[in-house]
Ligand binder design. Structure first.
Ligand SMILES: [Ca+2]
Ligand SMILES: [Ca+2]
Length: 491
């Protein structure tokens, strides 16, 4: 009998070794990966991590927080990892709390400021934002810019993003206290907005308060879209994870409303409080985390999509929004169970995608096994398609002319103002037109016919863009570094 048991133990142990080996090969392997119909190359940029929570691409480096208290830089080519800040003795780390969000100043490295959000213990669990300065090697000179937010083991928010006006937005969770999200005197269950020095902008919705919106449970994703509007992803309780637009001064309903306003009590609350409904709600919950907006015509599955990392369902979702951004028109899941829980995503200069993996189950069950995985898309257009629209022209407002009036529809004739012809005639030779939708997404790059009259250009929209319901914004590209605005476009 004991021999039989021993045999069973040996069988299990050797199977575990074999399965472990296969898992390691699949996860750490380098090589091709089909995503939809697109052949990508994947490799591992960093391994042995402990809950990488925020990843950001800056120059040659990937910046990263790990929840137990480290900020590191990983060189994207050599993969060398350097710790630039060690807060392990300062952060409170338990369950979902610890060192979480990070943001680089929009003018980094000219303005070398790095912002981190973490929980600590001092007469209870609290949360703060600290601004550091990068000296080229490590982070120095900490300045606390926001403090004494109530924390908890769970529901701490802590995602950060900079707005176009260099104000900093921070999500805070309800910290498991349902009385806070609707209470304007509490900083919990909110989106907060402050200046980089911690002061409150004078155009916040409630004078003197950092509160920008209320009624949130636990926002884990924040994204500034090309048109500068901000998207949020939020964890529901047992139902209704939400994706929603951030609106100044508005109420998102928690804990009275989950997902859409679709019960009698919710309808009453929503009408009384002008509640913002989500773009999409997921029931059962999937646990959405951070997101990026991805543009790369060589990767059709992800082109012009919102890419959302998913923790609980262990996948990457690609969401298509309509031209005005008020509905989700497609929603596909990729990488199902391939890398486990996905916490964060970043995009590099060659449209390569970095994913922060967070193990196979919630909280701290697989410490020091997490990865940064890189997915490199093709550098050629998909087979059977032309290269038109996928040229080296990228959105660049400094070299673009904005057409007025907008939106652009049908056929248009562009006339350069007469005074611009004088002295500049012959120099201005725009030859391409970028078309964007209402969210700032690049739809197409068109060649522009230049007529005999040097300052006149004929623009004819292709049929597939002549949708009367689709507002379009056009920018004429110039090869000169000339920024012109308020030009008149005649039909
Ligand atoms: Ca992120
Ligand atoms: Ca509901």
């Amino acid at each position: 009998m004991s021999g039989g048991l021993r045999g069973a133990w040996f069988w299990s142990a050797s199977m575990a070794v074999v399965l472990g080996g296969l898992w390691a090969k699949a996860v750490h392997g380098q090589g091709p990966l089909m995503i939809g119909q697109t052949l990508c190359q994947v490799d591992t940029v960093a391994s042995g991590l402990n809950v990488p929570w925020e990843i950001l691409v800056q120059g040659d480096y990937l910046w990263m927080t790990e929840r137990h208290g480290l900020v590191s830089r990983v060189h994207r080519s050599t993969k060398a990892k350097t710790v630039v800040l060690d807060l392990q003795t300062i952060v409170y780390q338990q369950s979902e709390s610890g060192l979480l969000g990070m943001a680089l100043h929009p003018a980094f490295p000219t303005v070398p400021h790095v912002f981190v959000a973490y929980t600590y213990s001092s007469g209870g669990i609290k949360e703060r934002i600290v601004r550091y300065e990068f000296d080229g090697q490590v982070l120095i000179n900490p300045v606390t810019i926001l403090d004494n937010i109530t924390g908890n083991g769970t529901h701490n928010g802590c995602r950060m993003v900079f707005g176009a006006d260099t104000t900093l937005y921070l999500s805070t969770g309800d910290a498991q206290n349902l009385s806070t999200p609707q209470n304007l005197s509490s900083l919990n269950g909110k989106i907060l907005r402050i200046h980089p020095d911690g002061t409150v902008p004078t155009n916040n919705p409630w004078p003197g308060s950092a509160v920008y919106s209320r009624g949130h449970r636990n926002v884990q994703g924040m994204l500034r879209m090309p048109n500068d509007s901000i998207l949020l992803s939020e964890h529901g309780a047992s139902t209704d994870d939400e994706i929603q637009w951030l609106r100044k001064g508005r109420n998102y309903g928690w804990p009275s409303v989950e997902g859409f306003c679709n019960t009698p009590s919710e309808n009453t609350f929503c009408q009384a409080n002008d509640v913002v409904e989500p773009l999409v709600a997921y029931t059962p919950t999937i646990a959405p985390s951070d997101m990026v907006f991805y543009q790369n015509p060589y990767f059709p599955e992800f082109h012009n999509k919102l890419l959302l990392t998913i923790l609980k369902n262990k996948q990457l979702r690609a969401l298509g929004l309509n031209a005005t951004g008020d509905s989700v028109v497609s929603d596909m899941a990729y990488l199902n169970n391939r890398y486990g829980r996905l916490r964060d995503i970043a995009v590099g200069p060659n449209q390569e995608i970095y994913l922060a993996t967070n193990g196979n189950s919630w909280a701290n069950t697989d410490p020091y096994t997490h990865l940064i995985v890189r997915i490199q898309p093709p550098t050629q257009p998909p087979a059977g398609t032309s290269d038109e629209g996928a040229t080296g022209y990228r959105p660049d407002q400094r070299r673009a002319w904005l057409f007025y009036p907008q939106p652009l529809q049908g056929e248009w004739l562009y006339l350069r103002p007469a005074q611009r012809n004088q002295g500049l005639a012959g120099d201005l030779q725009p030859s391409r037109l970028n078309l964007y939708d209402g969210l700032g997404r690049l739809l197409a790059t068109l060649a522009v016919e230049q007529s005999e009259e040097e300052a006149t250009y004929q623009v004819c929209l292709p049929d597939h863009l002549r949708n009367p319901g689709t507002p379009l914004v056009a920018r004429l590209l110039s090869d000169l570094g000339v920024a012109l605005t308020q030009h008149v476009l005649f039909r």
